[in-house]
Ligand binder design. Structure first.
Ligand SMILES: [Zn+2]
Length: 177
């Protein structure tokens, strides 16, 4: 078996509110528990260690509306929110009330989205929050979703609250080469 070098990922949790009073219902006191769950997933399997750098409130100076939207434009809500991140963190989580990234924004079919070092994570993202955050970190670490039902005990299975925490050898080698 390969022994992986220790890899650290410093994370900041940003609890978002906007100028119109929309705000996440999540609270910074939960951050330690989320990080514990992520370390439970990653320490033994991949020698990846998640370090809580900060858990803090951030305020967007605009009305983001009832959902925060991803789109590809420079002025997108995604860019407005992620600009509030902590430059000293490897990965920033942005806790928001509602998030959508597709052509059917009125259907709540997305729980979170991760691009590079940013993850926008909504209040309605199921119940296994730490595991879902660990899954999103898997995207940050370069691994894609899969939807193979027979492999749903893996962390990178794409459906929230139906996945397990197993990392395949391919996952580990991709996440901590
Ligand atoms: Zn995913």
């Amino acid at each position: 078996m390969d022994v992986k070098n220790k890899k650290s990922v410093r994370v900041t949790f940003n609890f978002v509110r906007d100028s119109a009073g929309h705000h996440t219902t999540r609270v910074p006191a939960s951050a330690g528990h989320w990080v514990s769950t992520m370390n439970y997933v990653y320490n033994g399997q991949a020698n990846i260690h998640v370090i809580l750098r900060s858990a803090r409130g951030v305020a967007a100076a605009v009305d983001l509306g009832t959902e925060v939207m991803w789109d590809a434009s420079a002025g997108s809500e995604w860019n407005t929110v992620t600009a509030l991140g902590d430059a000293g963190a490897d990965m920033n989580y942005f806790l928001v009330w509602e998030y959508e990234q597709d052509a059917t924004p009125t259907v709540d079919d997305t729980d979170a989205g991760t691009l590079a070092g940013n993850c926008i994570f909504e209040d309605h993202a199921g119940t296994a929050i730490g595991v879902t955050m660990a899954h999103e970190m898997g995207h940050f670490l370069g691994r894609p979703d899969h939807y193979v039902g027979a492999r749903r005990l893996e962390l990178m299975y794409g459906i929230t609250d139906q996945r397990g925490i197993h990392l395949t050898k391919t996952d580990v080698n991709g996440m901590n080469p």
